[in-house]
Design a protein around this ligand. Structure first.
Ligand code: ADP
Ligand code: MG
Length: 708
């Protein structure tokens, strides 16, 4: 492998070197086996155990040649992280030696002990077995850990004994199938004869913070909860806006190079990297791929960011709001739909026919988002995002669509039956005329919108930085499948000669009914909150409230109808996420209490004692002590206040923890415990501002954000 002098490696050579991709399969598998596997990958045909056996053997040979000793079924339980249990390839022989073995059964199915994963009551702990099943549409890859161990990772879905989904992948695959089915119905009526499948495509842009590990290690709040629970504002924040797209520091640049190399080897097409708005904040984006691969790869991106950071003496923070007062992190989920022969269904195209197809799919997304804004909002809910959404940096908690002025004008003309600007007095006929040109550049961007059309895809910007992207994409795929289902049913009953007219009716009808969801203005403004209320668009401000919408009657019906999640599965998820909220806030509470008791208050007491002693000495020497006495008074007053608030926080935490009902407990944490925590923080942060820097027990915001 070529190693350039500056340490960079030839990216075309290393890209995918640790992936068992189709090229390798073709090389290493007998022709018939390869063809059969391809039919499973592309058409979902069942995989026979014989074929699996040959594939497994080829996979094992390739992996062991590259140094792998173990394999793992790599899956995504509802913790939002990935899980793996490693098994060695070795198998004993009668002669007492070992051979390396990996059977078809071991490839396609695993039985990890699943009792410690959250199941929300789907799998009682005495029935600990869970099943993992190979997702052959996401390629197997090799992962190397810091100790040099190489493991063959097989992306898998994770289900209970009774076949119920216990993970993020299973419903994602189901939602992709639902979308494909309905989109294909629409395409067929519109005369498409070449496509066989439609997949949703996703390119997730990942934001993150990097801070020096020596600072991280001194902050129990970062260690325990991933965010600072205390910390006075730094004298400099992001107001100068000098970080965004700024030149990347050498240390960070070295880190980013390593990240790229690690990811490229695993076939993750990391492409874009830049500084973000906040100090110490960055972004990485891959080239888009099919949704399940994008979701798998995003997990690898998050994991690799954290792993490689440590190697560079850095810590990567993925939490949504690590620092109060500076921008938080999100994930921009760029989403579209494409046919298997490469047509992007949200690309306006140039011919009347392409335009017609585009408008049909655009209207489907509009209808879906307006009808199910609450579910989309719920899919982006997590405790970290509660601190971010609606703040002056992230989209508000209200879902709306940004279409851009040109497209909005076209939509308005269409739905009012008015002549369009670019066509003079001519009335635009869908499927007969071409649409006026839409600007394809970035000038017409609205950064404040939670759901923005960006030329040939939608960008869902509300997604939390630390979470799996599966949840939001499950919802997107399913709600658009429903809209397409209704559209397909109407189109299918139209006669061929009426097709254009019916298309027009469908598109204009949808835009008339659902245009309230389109908003091109400033989503951060107070007027929009009022306007959204007037339009009847939900404004769901907290996770606890949002989660209610993911398991209500409307959600039950929707997800059951498209076989994405049964009522039972949906409710188990609701419980798991609510419990996760409760646990997260409880950890933050306990950590706040412990830091106040063991770090801040003792430090302040010690300092007041020193100060008082100094005052006495100075008095003896006949020197003025007014400044010292004023400072002592101020510190004592905050100290007393902090003492009281600490007692209050402990009591509120205890009360909340004792509430039996899940929802009531979560609400109590949100309404009583979180504010009590913030109240305590006020005094501690005020103390940080007046105590000498050298006595403060933890690194400050300025040190963490601007230090080296
Ligand atoms: P931005 O200006 O928002 O950074 P980019 O053009 O860099 O926009 O794209 C951001 C992400 O969108 C990338 O991951 C890119 O691959 C992805 N993307 C581009 N086209 C599509 C598509 N058709 N479907 C899904 N994602 C896409
Ligand atoms: Mg973007």
């Amino acid at each position: 492998m070529s190693q350039l002098t500056n340490g960079c490696q030839d990216s075309s050579k290393i890209f995918g070197e640790n992936v068992f991709n189709q090229k390798l399969m073709k090389e290493r598998l007998p022709k018939e086996i390869f063809k059969s596997l391809l039919r499973t990958i592309e058409k979902g045909e069942p995989l026979s155990i014989e074929v699996a056996g040959v594939v497994a053997n080829a996979m094992k040979d390739w992996a062991t040649e590259k140094g792998a000793t173990h394999y793992t079924h790599w899956f995504q339980p509802l913790t939002g992280k990935t899980a793996e249990k490693h098994d060695a390839f070795i198998s004993p022989t009668e002669s007492g030696s070992v051979i390396l073995e990996f059977s078809g059964k071991q490839l396609i199915q695993g039985e990890p002990d699943a009792s410690s994963f959250p199941s929300g009551g789907l799998r009682s702990t005495f029935e600990a077995r869970g099943y993992t099943a190979w997702d052959c549409t996401s390629p197997a890859f090799l992962k190397k850990d810091g100790a040099g161990n190489v493991t063959l990772c097989i992306p898998t879905a994770f289900c209970s004994y009774t076949g119920e989904a216990l993970d993020k992948k299973t419903p994602l695959l189901r939602s992709m199938a639902a979308l494909s089915k309905q989109a294909m119905r629409v395409l067929r009526v519109l005369g498409n004869k070449t496509a066989n499948r439609v997949t949703s495509t996703v390119g997730p842009e990942q934001e993150y913070f990097l801070i020096d590990k020596k600072h991280f290690d001194k902050r129990p709040d970062l260690i325990m909860s991933g965010r600072t629970l205390f910390g006075a504002k730094s004298p400099k924040g992001q107001e100068l806006e000098d970080q965004y797209f700024g030149s990347i520091r050498d240390r960070i640049s070295a880190f980013m190079r390593d990240i790229d190399i690690e990811l490229w080897k695993m076939g993750v097409s990391a492409k874009t990297k830049h500084n973000e708005v906040a100090p110490a904040q960055f972004e990485i984006a891959p080239i888009f791929s099919t949704t399940n691969i994008a979701a798998d790869h995003n997990q690898l991106v998050m994991e690799t960011l954290q792993k490689v950071a440590i190697r560079h003496g850095l810590v990567c923070l993925l939490q949504e709001k690590p620092f109060a007062g500076v921008n938080g992190s999100g994930k921009h989920n760029n989403w579209s739909m494409a046919t298997d022969d490469g047509v992007n269904l949200l690309d306006p195209g140039t011919t009347p026919h392409e335009n017609e197809q585009f408008l049909i799919f655009l209207s489907a997304v509009t209808k879906a988002v307006d009808t199910h804004a609450d579910k989309l909002r719920a899919s982006a809910a997590n405790p970290g995002n509660d601190l971010r959404l609606g703040a002056n940096e992230a989209p508000p908690a209200i879902i709306s669509i940004f279409m851009g002025s040109e497209l909005t004008e076209i939509i308005e003309s269409l739905s009012k039956g008015k002549p369009t600007r670019s066509h003079g007095q001519h009335f635009l006929r869908i499927g007969v005329d071409s649409l006026p040109d839409l600007p394809k550049d970035n000038t017409d961007r609205n950064r404040t919108s939670p759901f923005a059309f960006t030329g040939n895809k939608f960008e869902f910007r509300m997604v939390p930085s630390s979470a799996s992207i599966s949840g939001p994409n499950i919802v997107l795929n399913t709600i658009v499948a429903e809209a397409l289902d209704e559209i397909a049913t109407k189109l299918e009953s139209a006669s061929k000669k009426d097709l254009n007219k019916v298309c027009e009716q469908i598109v204009t009808g949808i835009f008339k009914k659902h245009s309230r969801i389109i908003f091109n203005g400033n989503n951060y403004s107070a007027e929009w909150i009022k306007e959204a209320k007037r339009r009847g668009i939900p404004n769901i401000s907290s996770t606890v409230e949002a989660l209610g919408y993911m398991a209500n009657e409307s959600a039950e019906k929707l997800f059951a109808k498209y076989h994405v999640l049964s009522k039972h599965e949906l409710h188990s998820r609701y419980e798991i996420y609510l419990e996760h909220y409760i646990k997260t806030i409880n950890i933050e509470t306990q950590c706040s209490i412990s830091m106040a008791k063991r770090l801040y208050i003792p430090t302040v007491i010690r300092y007041t004692e020193q100060l008082a002693e100094g005052i006495l000495n100075l008095k003896k020497a006949g020197t003025s002590t007014t400044v010292q006495e004023e400072l002592l008074r101020k510190i004592t007053s905050h100290l007393e206040s902090a003492g009281k608030k600490l007692v209050a926080l402990e009591a509120k935490g205890k009360k909340a923890a004792g509430i039996a009902d899940f929802l009531a407990r979560a609400e109590e944490y949100r309404d009583k415990v979180v504010p009590a925590q913030l109240a305590l923080r006020e005094d501690i942060d005020a103390l940080e501002e007046v105590l000498p820097a050298e006595v403060w027990p933890v690194p400050t915001y300025a040190e963490m954000l601007f230090g080296d």
